[in-house]
Design a protein around this ligand. Structure first.
Ligand SMILES: Cc1cc2nc3c(=O)[nH]c(=O)nc-3n(C[C@H](O)[C@H](O)[C@H](O)COP(=O)(O)OP(=O)(O)OC[C@H]3O[C@@H](n4cnc5c(N)ncnc54)[C@H](O)[C@@H]3O)c2cc1C
Ligand code: FES
Length: 287
């Protein structure tokens, strides 16, 4: 058991059921309904390492606990970053927190995105809406090791231009990281110059070699279902398509069964799954 005062960087889950107190260093409003919290351990301990795609259980004291992916840079784990969309009780209460307030953190949990499998290949990253938050650490990792990957296509769909997350970073990923960035919105407003329509429309012309590419997809399940179909039409096989799934969670550790999905636990075996492993259960809420 790790002492509260010891660094925890190499001991990521010392007491997995006990939230550790983190202090909010910064609150940033990203869009109308989405905000980012930057957190540091309240006791001055070091942050913990995480892999792109992993999530934490965030506890708003007295309200409840929810799973939220880590959206920060894996090479700067001293600050823990989470980007959250307000949808209900806990996320609404989380949005009320201010700089200096405390929040409970358990984690990191879950299986990461397949950065290793993508090495030496084209990479196709397809987020929809808030799905960009769990994929942002992948984009940081690809940027940090850019030469080890071939072409990187980022195909992002949002509801409106105002809902596009991380617009400044979009520009950096396009200009500095040399990613092929393609944006689309359901409804254009103002001086929008990119595409209008579903993110699936971006796939037929996206620059990647289906025989040597890995795709990572995160968004609403219906969006992921159609994205996977388009990727398959391009010739990408299911063993190189990865999706991230969401279900209600309680323990985050494979104990309680709340996140059971067919024969797997999303918290422990996912949330990132290779598509061929879950194809049979995908989009069936009753499993
Ligand atoms: C592994 C994992 C990672 C996640 N990462 C993120 C993340 O990085 N950022 C983020 O914003 N969310 C993320 N989520 C979703 C987040 O956990 C839920 O939005 C949250 O639990 C909702 O809690 P609540 O108390 O605010 O809403 P509740 O009061 O539980 O629900 C309010 C209403 O919103 C609906 N709802 C619940 N979840 C969602 C959802 N995901 N999308 C749309 N409607 C929903 C409910 O059905 C209900 O109608 C993740 C979920 C999982 C399982
Ligand atoms: S959340 Fe408890 S088993 Fe997955």
């Amino acid at each position: 058991m790790a002492s509260e005062n010891k660094p925890i960087a190499d001991d990521p889950i010392p007491e997995p059921m006990r939230p550790r107190s983190y202090r909010i260093q910064r609150v940033r409003q990203e869009t109308e309904d989405t905000f980012t919290l930057e957190l540091e351990p309240a006791d001055g301990a070091k942050g913990f390492k995480f892999e792109p795609g992993q999530f934490n259980m965030l506890y708003v004291f007295g309200v409840g606990e929810v799973p939220i992916s880590i959206s920060g840079n894996p090479s700067s784990p001293e600050t823990l970053t989470h980007t959250t969309r307000v949808v209900g009780t806990v996320t609404r209460a989380m949005r009320q927190l201010k700089r200096g307030d405390l929040i409970g953190v358990r984690g990191p949990f879950g299986k990461p995105w397949p950065i290793e499998q993508a090495r030496g290949r084209d990479v196709v990253v397809v987020p929809g809406g808030i799905g960009l938050a769990p994929l942002r650490p992948v984009l940081y990792a690809l940027t940090a090791q850019r030469k080890q990957f071939r072409r990187v296509a980022l195909l992002y769909g949002a509801r409106t231009p105002e809902n596009v997350l991380f617009p400044k970073e979009m520009k950096q990923w396009r200009d500095r990281s040399n990613f092929d960035v393609h944006l689309t919105v359901d409804r254009a407003t103002g001086a929008w110059r990119d595409s209008v329509g579903l993110v699936t429309n971006l796939i037929p012309r996206a620059p990647f070699d289906p025989a040597n590419a890995v795709a990572m997809v995160c968004g609403p399940e219906v969006m992921m279902r159609f994205v996977v179909m388009e990727l398959e039409k391009r010739g990408l096989t299911d063993d190189r398509i990865y999706v991230s799934l969401e279900r209600n969670m309680k323990c985050g550790l494979g104990f309680c069964g709340h996140c059971l999905f067919g024969p797997t636990f999303i918290c422990k075996d996912g949330p990132v799954f290779r598509f061929d492993a879950i194809r049979h259960f995908f989009s069936k809420w009753e499993v």
